[in-house]
Design a protein around this ligand. Structure first.
Ligand code: EPU
Length: 418
């Protein structure tokens, strides 16, 4: 097991450069297998999810060159094989191999699920969409066998703007016969990143970033290239850290347009920021106002940021609320925040946070990726030593965490125990 040790309450100054987006990279890598030649993906984040996807590429016989942060893949000798449980269970995004292998080979055998325990997280919209495109789907003990004699375009309406279903159906539709339209599609920037990549290979995808995406199937995909967009969740996590302990801390390589809702909440509570084209300089203050946040699909307040943001709310004067509307369980960090001195009452759907409260170091556990990120934020603010157990969760999504924070003055160390 890995742990993160933090000696808190140190002012952080200097520059933190944000990495490529996890949720883009984990879709772009499976998307690459649709290519019939070679691809280059720049700005790949150095996170454990990336390496877990590399292991899947290996069994598919995809040749790889990884010269951080540039990934080159040669797809010319790819073979279709089962994506086994030990590989797929490491991360949720392994489900993108369903759409990609189905699109490419008209058959996918993928075990599922993996990823964070933040609710039941069904994939029924993905499956329903594949079926509408002519696929048959057999599910047996977590083994999904999806195949189609004639994978064809379809008019698909998603009951919810699901990120995963939108991407997975784009992947399947890219090489299907005819035209697919996804109605009520998710609009996240990561989806635009995937569509841009596939279009660079000759795919015909329009409307990504809107609620209606049209995909005209093609037979062949040539060489492709893309750059992973900056991670908006990592950006916001570091901005929150800046609001807690920053002293002219510069968060660099960001796209402000991707973080408008949470940025306006930071401004609402009175955070001291200077916004430039691709960076924000932030300093901590002592007198923040309380606010309420409600998680929504993009461009609303991201569910992935609500957990770190709740730490900032412990420093706001008065009562703040967090309303979680996307997942069933995103409160895993709350008991630990209380252990560290916060005053939070919560159930699975909402939290009431009374502040400001002083935070003190404690032994805590990361129950999932963003809960772990929240505990890193809390540990950096707290007086004394915090030890975060099960740190592997955090390392799934935050590349070079120790180096990035140490370089700006944090006392943080990631250690392996046992
Ligand atoms: N849902 C269904 N059926 C489906 C698909 C989704 O009921 O077929 C429900 C889910 O259970 C959930 C909601 O719809 O309640 C949203 O799910 P969505 O499909 O949008 O989420 P996802 O694709 O599984 C991605 C990110 C998450 C992020 C969400 C929302 C990846 C690999 N994961 O998940 O990221 O929270 O979109 O923005 O892209 C994280 O990074 O910590 C993380 C969990």
């Amino acid at each position: 097991m890995k742990i993160i040790e933090i000696q808190g309450n140190k002012p952080l100054s200097g520059t933190i450069k944000v990495s490529g987006a996890k949720n883009s990279a984990v879709a772009l890598i499976p998307a690459a297998i649709l290519c019939d030649e070679e691809v280059v993906i720049e700005n790949i984040p150095d996170i454990s999810d990336t390496y877990d996807l590399f292991n899947i590429l290996e069994v598919l016989n995809v040749k790889k060159e990884y010269d951080k942060p540039i990934l080159k893949l040669d797809l010319r000798n790819i073979r279709n094989t089962i994506v086994d449980k030990d590989l797929s269970s490491k991360l949720r995004a392994s489900y993108y191999f369903m759409g990609a292998l189905l699109g490419k080979f008209k058959k996918a055998v993928v075990y599922f699920p993996g990823g964070c325990s933040i609710g039941s997280r069904p994939i029924d919209y993905h499956i329903k969409g594949f079926k509408q495109m002519g696929a048959t789907v057999e599910i047996e003990n977590d083994k999904y066998t999806i195949s189609a004699k004639n994978l064809h375009g379809a008019n698909i309406y998603l009951d919810f703007e699901s990120v995963g279903a939108t991407v997975n159906l784009i992947l399947a539709a890219t090489k299907a016969e005819g035209t697919t339209i996804i109605h009520n599609a998710a609009r996240e920037p990561e989806i635009v990143n995937v569509a841009t990549f596939l279009n660079s290979m000759g795919a015909k995808i329009t409307g990504a970033g809107t609620n209606e995406i049209k995909i005209i199937g093609v037979k062949y995909l040539k060489k492709g290239q893309v750059e992973v967009i900056p991670d908006r969740i990592e950006t916001l996590t570091y901005l929150i850290i800046g609001a807690l302990v920053g002293k002219n801390l510069k968060i660099d390589n960001i796209i402000p347009a991707h973080i408008q809702a949470p940025l306006s909440k930071l401004i609402d509570i009175g955070v001291d920021i200077k916004q430039n084209n691709n960076n924000i300089i932030i300093s901590a203050k002592n007198d923040y106002n309380s606010t309420d946040i409600k998680t929504l699909v993009y461009p609303g307040f991201p569910t992935d940021v609500a957990q770190p943001f709740s730490v900032l709310l412990t420093q706001c004067k008065g009562i703040s609320h967090v309303y979680e509307t996307i997942y069933e369980n995103r409160m895993g960090h709350m008991p630990y925040l209380n252990k560290m001195g916060a005053n939070v009452q919560y159930n699975l759907k909402e939290a009431k946070i009374k502040g400001p409260t002083k935070l003190k170091g404690a032994e805590v556990t990361a129950t999932d990726l963003r809960a772990g990120a929240a505990l890193v934020c809390a540990g950096l603010k707290a007086e004394g030593k915090t030890v975060i157990f099960d740190a592997e969760h955090v390392l799934r999504g935050y590349g070079d965490l120790e180096t990035k924070l140490t370089n700006v003055g944090a006392k943080i160390a990631i250690k392996k125990i046992k």
